[in-house]
Design a protein around this ligand. Structure first.
Ligand SMILES: Nc1ncnc2c1ncn2[C@@H]1O[C@H](COP(=O)(O)OP(=O)(O)OP(=O)(O)O)[C@@H](O)[C@H]1O
Ligand SMILES: [Mg+2]
Length: 458
């Protein structure tokens, strides 16, 4: 693991370096100014950078801001002498992984470094003896998650490792990014895949029924309690309890939930016996819980409990050619469901899909494709099938966004995604030569808009 430590105080630098060396980290660089830190991070591929906030000249936040875009895989940990929520928030917002207040406890520092490193998914590589930059494969338990986007594959490998550890996992991401799907994958690759998987939507639990639903009740415990009932914790015992939309839980109920997580025991209403429970907790939210904590809407102690490991699912629009891959997958499914014969998307339709922001992410894409399959009465899905707005646009609408040449290239990328990168097969489908495919790939590589679509085939 390559680590950079940045601090303007020589004493702090050498003591952290000593600690890391003692713990077996051999590749540790140090530097004492923000300016030097930026150039080092830009030029060497560090796994983790520990950065002091307050430094004369360029401070820690400025270092992250200037260096992060050049080092997307470096994890930043911010160290600071003063606890300041605004700065912590800013650091996390800029992409820092953690924020530690000095004097930092050695174990806390090492834990943070290890977590940051695990987050990169690198441990998976080491475990399998793969070189760091080789692609991850989607683990079996997540095989219903369609993706070829390398960071997503890395996330899934990380999820698999964390699943095996049994620690609570928090999944964040916009609506429709696949949080529930990944939660189920975690259950399947976890310690007890045959145990129950109980999913609870926190937003739909009424405040007054929380205890009876989560802890259960005995017969006659209250009016209407006609028989004994096990709560969600008991139902999920020996398996996974998925707490969806955890950000919706009121402060009052957060305290109750925290108590159970700490004591690992529930007592049914109307009973005095404690029932010990062994449940793996996976929670999900599309809210920013760090921010909610700062605003006093979410308990920090509960967040720490839930977030031993954290998985953030990127929005679909950032996953390159996954959009086209998923579209093709959903189209096949829709054709089977509706007994339709549609062989694919027109180049313009593909173009439209690859430029859409999809605020509802994978779920929205699925709905679009489903609707298009129903509306289409030809062999190929057309833009107006996908989005009625496209039909109302002047004829050149899609083409004004991208040239015909780009259209053609996007189509090639789509076919390549379909063939898993096999150029010969793609050439056959498109009726062109392998050399022509090769030439298109070179051209697409030069086009920053198209490069992400083909990065994996280069
Ligand atoms: N990578 C993927 N491959 C295939 N299907 C996917 C993928 N990601 C999500 N889906 C599908 O998209 C839909 C939405 O996924 P899911 O319900 O897991 O999202 P979510 O993040 O929990 O959304 P919300 O925040 O709205 O609850 C589901 O039908 C799911 O099966
Ligand atoms: Mg969900």
């Amino acid at each position: 693991m390559r680590i950079l430590v940045v601090d303007d105080e020589a004493v702090a630098l050498s003591s952290v370096r000593r600690l890391l060396k003692r713990k077996g980290f051999s590749d540790v660089d140090i530097c004492d100014s923000g300016k030097e830190a930026i150039s080092r991070i830009r030029s060497k591929d560090y796994d983790v950078a520990l950065i002091d906030l307050l430094m004369p000249g360029i401070d820690g936040l400025q270092v992250i801001e200037a260096a992060k875009p050049y080092a997307p895989t470096t994890e930043f940990i911010m160290l600071t002498a003063v606890e300041d929520a605004t700065v912590a928030f800013k650091a996390l917002h800029l992409g820092a992984y953690d924020y530690l207040v000095k004097p930092v406890d050695n174990d806390r520092l090492l834990l943070s470094i290890e977590r940051a490193y695990e987050r990169k998914g690198l441990l998976a590589c080491i475990g399998q003896g793969k070189p760091e930059d080789s692609g991850f494969e989607v683990p079996d338990a997540f095989s219903n998650m369609i993706t070829q986007y390398p960071p997503m594959k890395g996330l899934l490998s990380y999820a698999e490792i964390m699943a095996r550890s049994g620690t609570p996992i928090l999944i964040t991401g916009e609506s429709g990014t696949g949080k529930e799907l990944i939660a189920r994958g975690i259950h399947h690759s976890g310690l007890n895949p045959k145990g129950p998987f109980v999913a609870v939507n926190m937003a739909s639990v009424p405040e007054t029924l929380f205890e009876s639903q989560f802890f259960g009740h005995t017969r006659g415990a209250f009016t209407g309690a006609e028989k004994d009932m096990a709560g969600y914790f008991e139902q999920a015992n020996g398996g996974t309890l998925f707490l969806d939309e955890i950000g919706e839980l009121s402060m009052n109920l957060q305290a109750k939930l925290l108590r159970v997580l700490e004591e690992k025991t529930v007592v049914r209403i109307g009973d005095s016996r404690g029932i010990s429970i062994s449940v793996r907790i996976v929670s999900a939210t599309n809210q920013n819980l760090d921010k909610a904590c700062q605003e006093g809407k979410f308990r920090l102690d509960l967040l720490y409990r839930l977030k031993s490991a954290h998985i953030h699912l990127p929005p679909l629009r950032e996953r390159g050619k996954d959009i086209l891959l998923l579209a093709s997958h959903f189209l096949k499914q829709a054709c089977i469901r509706h007994n339709k014969q549609i062989s694919g998307f027109s180049a313009e339709a593909l173009n439209l899909l690859s430029l859409e922001p999809f605020p509802g992410n994978v779920r929205e894409l699925n709905q679009w494709v489903e609707q298009a399959a129903l509306l289409s009465n030809s062999d190929l899905i057309q833009p107006q099938n996908l989005n009625p707005k496209a039909a109302n646009q002047p004829a050149g609408f899609v083409r004004t966004l991208c040239s015909l040449k780009e259209n053609d290239e996007i189509h090639t990328a789509f076919v390549l995604a379909h063939t898993g990168g096999n150029r010969r097969q793609a050439a056959h489908i498109l009726g062109v030569s392998v050399r022509q495919i090769q030439r298109k790939l070179i051209q697409m590589k030069e086009n920053p808009r198209l490069k992400p679509l083909i990065s994996e085939f280069l």
